[in-house]
Design a protein around this ligand. Structure first.
Ligand code: 5GP
Length: 118
């Protein structure tokens, strides 16, 4: 069940400020409040989707395409499209997801390093 009071829902409603990087009809991208790399931007759908499962099951093809395209736009805007970046979507408990609104982390600006902790 989607929690209407999760932090990203509140950002989408404008109740909490964010440093916006990109916005379109279906997506919002903003700087992570606790950046783990020189570039650390979050890209989220505007729809109420908890996780990838939820998103893929319920979102329209237009929303799904928009999220992928927004990642590309953010990478270009942040100047990491040529140098490269890590795209992460933590899902559920084992994935280490903290905020229950689907989000992609775009991380770059340095070599990000090992894919996962062993
Ligand atoms: P997760 O662990 O769910 O994949 O990532 C959640 C991310 O949201 C974390 O990287 C965290 O720093 C970021 N975050 C949490 N609260 C806020 C907030 O109020 N504003 C912004 N911009 N980012 C947040």
């Amino acid at each position: 069940m989607y929690d209407d009071n999760n932090i990203f829902a509140r950002i989408l409603r404008g109740e909490i400020p964010c440093k916006k990087v990109h916005e379109d009809e279906h997506t919002l991208a903003f700087e992570d409040i606790n950046p783990r790399a020189p570039v650390h931007t979050l890209v989220i759908p505007k729809g109420k989707y908890v996780s990838m499962n939820d998103f893929v099951e319920k979102a329209s093809d237009t929303e799904i395409a928009a999220l992928m395209r927004a990642v590309r736009t953010v990478a270009a805007r942040k100047g990491v499209d040529a140098s490269g970046f890590r795209l992460i979507a933590n899902n559920g408990v084992d994935g280490g997801q903290e905020v229950p609104h689907l989000h992609f982390h775009v991380l770059g600006g340095r070599v990000i390093g090992a894919m996962v902790a062993r």
